[in-house]
Every structure is written in C-alpha cells, then in structure tokens.
Design a protein around this ligand. Structure first.
Ligand SMILES: [Ca+2]
Ligand SMILES: [Ca+2]
Ligand SMILES: [Ca+2]
Ligand SMILES: [Ca+2]
Length: 386
C-alpha cells in the first residue's frame, strides 16, 4: 500500500509537473550539465537506480510538429535524464514518456520522406554533435540537387531508436537505430547504428514508457569499417551538441503510418521546425562535469583500501571502509536475490564493522557497499562449520 501511495504521489507529481510544463512552455536552451556517475545504472528500463536520483529531469516539451501546438499531457509528456561515466566512456540516458497509444515496430531501410518510415512510429531520437560544430550532417558529398545536404554525414548523428513494446512490466533490449548516410539522395543508405547504444532497455509500467540506454560518442571521422578509431574519449569540460526528441503516432492501424507529433527538448525557430535530422545548428548544449567541478562532490575513496575479512568466513565478516562515515550494505546470492541488507551504517573512525551472516547457507555471495559517492562489490564465501 505504501508503495502504491508513493507511486500515486509520483504519478500525480508527474502530471502536475506536466500540466505546469505545458501551461508555461519554457525552452530548455540552457546548457545541460551532465554529472559523472560513479555507480552505473542497471540498464533494465527501471528508473530506480541511485545515480538517476541525483540527476535533474530535462523537459521534452517543445512541439516541433505541428509547430507550437499545445498537447494534452495524456497524449504526450516526456522528459529525460543524462549522466556520463569515464570508466565506461559512455553517456547514459533515462527517458520517461507518457503516451496514450504506443505504435511500435521496426522499420528499417525505409525512405522516411515517403511516409511510413521510421519517424512515423513511436520512437525516441537522440541528436548528438560531439564538438558542437553545428552544420549539415546528412551526406558525405555535395547534394545532387539544388539543395546541399552537407559534406560529412558524420559531422553529427541523429539516432532514431525504434523498438517493440513488450507486455506491461517486461523490458525489451532489442532495437534498431537508424540515421541517413551516403553521398546524396541518389546514393544514400540507412545504417543501423544499434551498436552505438551498447546497453538498451525499454519497459512500460505504471502508464509510462521508460527508455534506458547508454551511448558511445563518435567524432566526424567516423567510418563504418573502423568505428573505434573515431570513438571520442569523454572528458570533463567537453561541450557537445545534444537534443532529444520523440515521434508520437497514436494510430497503430494506419497504413502507411504517419506521425501525429514530433516533440523536442529544445526550442527551435519555426522556419527550422524539423531541421535536426539534417542540421546540427539547432541542437541543445551539454557540458560534461568532472568529479571535482563542485556540482557532484564524490568523495573519492580508495576502493583498494576497503577491508573485508576474513574471506572465506565462518559467519562473521569484518568490514572497514577508510574515509567513509556512512554507507549501505547489501548481500546478494548468486541468483541476484538480496539476502541481507543494512542501510545507513555509521562507521566510526578507526573501527571496523562486524557483519553476522551465519543465518545464510554456505556458498558464494556478493557484498555490495555503497554510498552517494562510491560503490564497491566484493565476492565473499561463507564456510560455516556444521
Ligand atoms: Ca535502471
Ligand atoms: Ca500520444
Ligand atoms: Ca560535428
Ligand atoms: Ca504514440
């Protein structure tokens, strides 16, 4: 019941936030400051990871198509969180969508300009320009018509992420990720950039669609034969172009499909209402924060100095975390089930903590020690005497 009340509260707050957002549409045109996270999210389509709690929601509330329309919050409400990790060299995204009808499907290699293509399904789009150069990013050469669509298709990426919806509560990890590449409209193709999102899960629960994924960042020298050569090493202080968007179609039976709305995270001028797919000029801006920039004060502790002993243990394990005053403890079995937890353990300087696990069967376990600032997992073995 408590859980239900919390969910109800959360949902109500989300609706109130949405109502507020739509009453006073504000462009998210400030630089989004991206925290570096020490504890990575479990990419499972569940938003309950500790790292997400510390990140701020960013709105997806600018209606690009039909430009400037006001949408009912039950038709569409969207927001996202973003974080990064130097240890995995990945950006992480949590996208929360409220949508009254989900039109799912993989549409691959279909010409989006003829209708019924990938933008005509319910998809999340990520637009990224690693150096915030701006400019056209469709083709590698001069266009074959009067319109020039750029000279480097990889100057920026526009990832159109399509996935199939699973039954309520179940996550899917399958997706296709389309963009346009090639030389001109007479010689183009739609690559599937799925492997740029190494972790992906989408899940519907409690009337929301939660998209959780990681993203590898590539620079303009990207070549499909050797992607790793152009992989960007993320650094604190990096400034990148970034917008998120959602294509909303609410008619699963329509043929060919045609999206109803296209909603983005940044304000764009009316004459550029649908330019993101070809032009990086209108992308929003993100800045990667370091651990020492003050916004996220991770008291880095020396993980190697953490003591867990004796191991194997006869039932009592001693733990000492130098430099930490308070942390949470949890023990998981090999199936991933939590079999013990002790939140908010206070540790006095120069003492260690005795943890009694003699009620657990003999075997291998994972001891998880975490705070807002760090997380470590140690393998422990219980070998109690009979
Ligand atoms: Ca998660
Ligand atoms: Ca909708
Ligand atoms: Ca660029
Ligand atoms: Ca929809």
């Amino acid at each position: 019941m408590k859980k239900l009340l919390i969910l109800l509260f959360y949902f109500t707050m989300a609706l109130l936030t949405a109502a507020h957002t739509f009453a006073t549409p504000l462009a998210q045109d400030d630089t989004v400051r991206v925290r570096e996270i020490a504890d990575l999210p479990v990419v499972d389509g569940k938003p309950d990871d500790r790292c997400w709690q510390d990140c701020t929601w960013q709105a997806i509330d600018q209606v690009w198509i039909e430009y400037g329309q006001t949408l009912d919050s039950t038709d569409f409400t969207g927001r996202y969180k973003i974080a990064w990790s130097s240890s995995t060299n990945l950006l992480y995204f949590l996208v929360e969508i409220v949508d009254d009808a989900f039109v799912d499907g993989y549409v691959y290699n279909s010409n989006p300009s003829q209708g019924g293509g990938y933008p005509d399904y319910d998809i999340v789009e990520v637009f990224i320009d690693h150096d915030k150069s701006g400019g056209l990013h469709v083709f590698d050469g001069i266009g074959n018509t009067a319109t020039n669509w750029g000279s480097n298709a990889e100057n920026a990426f526009s990832y159109h992420i399509a996935t199939d919806l699973m039954p309520d509560g179940q996550a899917t990890t399958e997706k296709v990720v389309c963009d346009i590449a090639g030389k001109n409209w007479g010689d183009y193709f739609i690559p599937d950039y799925s492997d740029h999102l190494p972790d992906f899960a989408m899940r519907q629960a409690e009337g929301k669609y939660i998209w959780e994924f990681s993203l590898q960042v590539y620079d303009h020298s990207y070549h499909a034969q050797n992607p790793s050569a152009s992989r960007v090493t993320l650094q604190p202080g990096d400034i990148m172009g970034l917008s998120l968007a959602y294509c909303d179609n609410d008619d699963p039976d329509e043929q060919p499909k045609k999206r109803d709305h296209f909603i983005g995270s940044v304000w764009v001028p009316e004459q550029a209402f649908n330019d993101h797919w070809k032009d990086a000029d209108g992308f929003g801006t993100i800045e990667l924060l370091g651990t020492s920039t003050g916004v996220n004060k991770y008291n880095e502790i020396d993980k190697a100095s953490i003591q867990v002993f004796p191991n194997p243990s006869y039932g009592t394990i001693h733990i000492r975390v130098p430099g930490a005053k308070e942390f949470d403890l949890a023990v998981y079995n090999l199936l991933g089930h939590k079999v013990y937890e002790k939140p908010s353990v206070k540790q006095e300087a120069s003492t260690h903590l005795a943890l009694t696990l003699s009620h657990l069967p003999n075997g291998l376990y994972f001891l998880n020690i975490r705070s807002d600032y760090f997380m470590v997992t140690r393998k422990i073995t219980l070998v109690k005497n009979k």
